[in-house]
Design a protein around this ligand. Structure first.
Ligand code: PLP
Length: 410
């Protein structure tokens, strides 16, 4: 993927070469350099236009350069953007109230990323288990194909670590059950279990939705063993399922929810939320942050939340999800090159007969940005939630052309 396309100019090639010199080599680099965005479109430094159905990997829910984000950030920038977390600010209180008013959970801790939200939730779940059941109750159950982030705690819950022995030792007491297999959880859960962590739709694991009955079963098992049920909604929350919180779509209420990505619409902000009786296990000095909950991040997140909850917005997400899904199913029947279409709302994964890198590169050349879910063969579409019917039709046209091109190559 580190190759440059023939049309790539000296400016792009120069930046790519410099990037290779100064960045740690943790990512393969695409041969385009994004420069600005507008709604569902990104423009690269060469002036080429792309329909952005990656959206920062399910982050830019309001698209690029949304007026509400511009206004909220400018407003707060002019006032002040930081103070110690020991000071209450209006944006932090209002944003937390807005979230708590719209779900069954009561208290919020703001941080800066998804991994941090998971770390905080792990600490809270373990503290609650320690207080309620004793020090032996530190175990956590998570799932195969899971992804929860790259810090040590979150990574300890992430299946990929099983293939990365060079980072060992990970946190002890973590067990991997099989996604959508309640018996595998039953076999692992005990009074030593502090929590079950699950993504209601596994994102990096290949866009795999949980069965609602499986989540109900987890709720019952967690209750039976006095363990916390934690939903990692970092990728799936904040409107992407067509409901503000992902749990609403599945009809199962977790004890703790982790958020990030879409919460700030692109501005780095994360959070975890808990019921009051659970949150009470964190006391002064048990957790903290320098940047988390800063006035700028929370003012922007509040503005994003207001947009996501405008009357009709989430209905629009559901309609667009249906349209995209139907279009992909039509394409699947037309060409026989799509093997599977899955997902919920505007988080869609497709499996095709083509190599994922070829598919991504060709779609990109034809003007459509998407992502690979994890390291598998799943082509993932996570358009901005403001996407309209015309952009969905355009994405399907590009995919149709892309398949034709790949087919012709043989
Ligand atoms: C489900 C889930 N949890 C946690 C994370 C980690 O988020 P971040 O990259 O903001 O640390 C991600 C990121 O993709 C995610 O998809």
């Amino acid at each position: 993927m580190n190759t440059t396309s023939p049309e790539t100019s000296d400016i792009t090639q120069d930046l790519l070469a410099r990037a290779k010199q100064v960045f740690l080599n943790t990512y393969p680099l695409w041969p385009i350099v994004p420069d600005r965005g507008e709604g569902c479109y990104l423009f690269d430094i060469e002036g080429r236009k792309y329909l952005d159905f990656a959206a920062g990997i399910a982050v830019a829910s309001l698209g690029h350069a949304h007026p509400a984000i511009i206004q909220a950030s400018a407003e707060q920038m002019e006032k002040f953007i930081i103070c110690p977390a020991t000071y209450v600010t209006r944006p932090r209180v209002e944003c937390a109230e807005f979230l708590a008013d719209r779900c069954h959970l009561d208290q919020v801790f703001f941080c800066n990323s998804g991994a941090e939200a998971v770390e905080g939730a792990m600490k809270l779940a373990r503290k609650a288990a320690y207080d309620r059941k004793g020090p032996q109750a530190h175990e956590i159950i998570c799932f195969r194909q899971s992804f929860h982030g790259r810090t040590y705690g979150a990574l300890s819950l992430t299946e990929k670590r099983l293939h990365h022995p060079f980072f060992e030792p990970y946190l002890p007491g973590i067990h991997f059950a099989i996604f959508n297999d309640l018996d595998s959880v039953r076999a692992l859960i005990s009074d030593k279990t502090a929590a079950i962590f699950i993504e209601p739709v596994q994102g990096e694991g290949g866009v795999r939705p949980a069965d609602p009955d499986f989540l109900k079963g987890l709720r019952a098992l967690a209750d039976e063993h006095g363990a916390m049920l934690v939903f990692d909604e970092v990728q799936v929350g904040m409107g992407r399922m067509g409901t503000l919180f992902a749990y609403e779509h599945f009809g199962v209420e977790p004890d703790i929810i982790c958020l990030a990505k879409g919460l700030g619409g692109g501005f780095p902000v994360g959070a975890f939320l808990a019921r009051r009786d659970v949150a009470a296990h964190f006391t002064e000095g048990t957790h903290g942050t320098t940047f988390g909950g800063n006035p700028l991040a929370t003012h922007v997140a509040h503005a994003v939340l207001r947009e996501l909850t405008r009357p009709g917005f989430l209905d629009h997400v559901q309609e667009m999800a249906k349209l995209l899904r139907e279009g992909l199913e039509t394409l699947r029947h037309e060409t026989n090159e799509i093997v599977d279409v899955r997902g919920v709302g505007l988080l869609i994964g497709i499996e095709t007969v083509y190599d994922i890198r070829d598919l991504l590169t060709t779609a990109q050349k034809n003007g459509l940005l998407a992502t690979q879910a994890g390291s598998g063969q799943t082509f993932r579409l996570t358009p901005p939630l403001i996407v309209g019917p015309a952009e969905i039709a355009e994405s399907l046209d590009i995919l149709r052309r892309t398949f034709a091109e790949l087919r012709a190559r043989g």
